[in-house]
Design a protein around this ligand. Structure first.
Ligand SMILES: NC(=O)c1ccc[n+]([C@@H]2O[C@H](COP(=O)([O-])OP(=O)(O)OC[C@H]3O[C@@H](n4cnc5c(N)ncnc54)[C@H](OP(=O)(O)O)[C@@H]3O)[C@@H](O)[C@H]2O)c1
Length: 253
């Protein structure tokens, strides 16, 4: 049985990736993971591929064990793993809940890493992993200090893992979007803390770019030339200067 596994499938970028994968790939099933069961169930009516909803809170260690149990039972061939689940907590590090910030690392970094580890034994030559990074991965980001650091870890992990898996023929790509209009901003308290925006992109646009870049076997996928330009620029500027420019844009003292 050939399947795709997609986390964060109940909303935003992950949901759009389910719809895009359903259109582009010939699979027996798509396993969709997030906490909100009814949102996952709804995907059944929107996709031609059989959808298997697996409602899990991925910040809990037991959830990865539950996922592993599904794999042991079904023994599928995972053609595509997309780690789309994630959230951010924006604002001054000291003022935001430490539990929420640690939970964001549990989801964005630890669960993503554990999902790769659990899935790899079921992947063969030609399979692929897509990890959701961020434009925040390329530099230190005040008021996104924990989120940005976690996304840097995701970017570097994805690149290194991709190199390790080259011999095995399993491709790894890290998707690094700029500002995308989703539920993410609400949970991060975007409006309260962030005031600079280049341009909003849609989750559909991210999904389309992701599928195009996967076909081209890119290791990093970035939507939009302003975002690509910014990534190129920060590679050449000292981190201190990049942070100063960002802080001035944000009104951070
Ligand atoms: N939006 C942006 O501007 C932006 C920019 C760059 C990168 N990204 C990254 O893109 C990814 C997707 O973000 P998005 O914008 O699509 O956000 P979103 O619309 O808020 O969707 C987040 C997804 O993650 C799931 N999720 C959240 N907490 C979870 C948990 N504890 N266990 C399992 N699933 C959980 C949510 O489902 P449930 O609530 O049902 O659990 C939802 O499906 C994230 O990794 C984010 O960091 C977003």
């Amino acid at each position: 049985m050939k399947i795709a596994v997609i986390t964060g499938a109940s909303a935003g970028i992950g949901r759009e990736l389910v719809l895009a994968v359903d259109k582009a790939k010939d699979l027996d099933e798509i396993w969709v993971i997030a906490r909100r069961r009814e949102r996952l169930e709804e995907l059944k009516t929107l996709c031609r591929t059989k959808i298997l909803p697996i409602p899990l809170d991925l910040t809990r260690n037991t959830s990865i064990e539950e996922y592993r149990a599904f794999l042991i039972m079904e023994k599928p061939e995972i053609k595509l793993l997309i780690n789309g689940a994630g959230f951010g907590v924006f604002g001054p590090f000291e003022e935001r809940s430490i539990n929420d910030q640690l939970d964001s690392l549990r989801l964005n970094v630890i669960a993503l890493t554990a999902m790769c580890y659990a899935s790899l034994p079921y992947m063969k030559k030609g399979s692929a992993i897509i990890n959701l990074g961020s434009n925040s991965a390329w530099q230190p980001v005040p008021w996104q200090a924990v989120y940005g650091a976690g996304k840097s870890a995701v970017l570097n992990f994805s690149r290194a893992l991709g190199r390790e898996l080259k011999k095995r023929g399993v491709h790894v790509m890290c998707v690094c979007p700029g500002w995308i209009k989703t539920e993410f901003q609400q949970r991060a308290d975007h409006e309260k803390y962030m005031r600079y925006v280049d341009r909003w992109y849609s989750p559909e646009e991210v999904a389309q770019q992701t599928m195009k870049d996967l076909e081209k076997k890119k290791t990093v996928s970035i939507l939009g030339s302003p975002v690509r330009r910014q990534v190129r620029l920060v590679k050449f500027l000292p981190a201190k200067l990049v942070m100063e420019i960002w802080c001035r844009q944000q009104g951070i003292e």
